[in-house]
Write a protein that binds this ligand. Sequence first.
Ligand code: EPZ
Length: 422
Amino acid sequence: MEKYIIEGGRRLEGSLQIQGSKNSALPILAATVVTGETSILRRCPDLRDTRAAMRILRHIGCAAERVGGQVIVRADTAKRYDIPGALMREMRSSILFLGALAAVFGRAEVSSPGGCAIGLRPIDIHLAALETLGVHITQQGGQWIAYAPGGITGGQVALPFPSVGATENVMLCAVRGKQRTQIRNAAREPEIRDLAQYLNACGADIRGAGSDTIVIEPVDPVRACEYTILPDRIAAATYMAAAAMTGGDIVLRDVTVQDLWPVLPFFEQSGCRVTTQGDTLRLRAPHVLQSPNPVRTMPYPGFPTDFQAAAMAMASVAQGTGVFVETIFESRFKHVPQLIRMGAHITVQNNVAVVQGVPVLHGAPVQATDLRAGAALVCAGLAARDVTEVQGIELVDRGYEKMEDHLISLGAGIRRIVQDAE
Ligand code: EPZ
């Protein structure tokens, strides 16, 4: 187990460069398989999850290596279509290899994916969508067995919910389709746009990514390509929250400001001054945060569920009462009991949390229950009086690159303790 020891109460100030997006890098790493060529991915964040994706790539026969901030994948040597449970269970996005392997080999054998414990996270929408493309999937002994004997046909895919992963699975599979594929009710997240731009850089012809209707023309994307991954909008929002909670003044470089539009009103309602210039953003926090308007998480361009936990940590030290409605995942309030241990006043009824702000939190030993909950507890620890211990930061490492280094560069008192294996 690893933990952070955080000495709270220090004002964050300075500047930092935002990492590449975890939720863009992971589908793109899976998509390298369908190109069958060499991809050089710049600004690919070095995370537990991207390292897990690289292990899967190597397992199926690709070469995948990190050279500084970029990852080079050679996919022409891919030769296996099975992924063992130990590799699949490391993260949710391993399910994207189901579509990729079915597209390349006409078959795939994978177990159910892992991922943060924020809900049941079924894959029914993925499976139904891939069936529409001609991929027949059965379950045998905990394994998903996919067959596409006639290849990927393509077709009309109507998603019952704009699932990010299901949209990505269809996109990367359909680039090998024999006919046009149209996805209706597609997810509109910026990471979808990034995946399309990567595949188009490899020779695909995908239009409409970022809207609710995406069209994938049948071409054989065989070009090798170099691609720079999108900046991580959730990491950016998380560091903004850390600065906001410590009365700080920070500058973030390499952000895509338009991807942050869904959260900027939240910061401004909280009393922060946010100014932007090109791909640079500055946040100046007030002495005392104000409670924001009620927050309801929604698919993009709504308020992102991945920022709900850190936003709630912010609201817990604001003047007034904040309300959070979590509409995407059925179990994404696990940070609440941990924040309460630090003195927050939060009540939860079903998917609604009411946060009565308190003047200050106090340090306590707390437990990260998922990636974003862990990051929210780090933010709370930075703002709290005295010392906070955040256990289970392996979860935070899944999505935040060098978090303690970044925070220390902004003046935080934080250090990582690696405990002996228990
Ligand atoms: C992606 O997960 C992200 N992960 C999540 O980020 C993010 O919270 C989520 O999108 C929503 O924005 C990656 O990109 C790797 P969904 P995904 O399919 O694809 C239900 C983080 O912290 N659903 O849009 O799994 C599902 O249970 C992570 O970085 C089905 O019912 O999200 C959920 O309630 C956490 N059946 C809702 O839809 C399905 O087949 C949204 O899921 C698929 C999804």
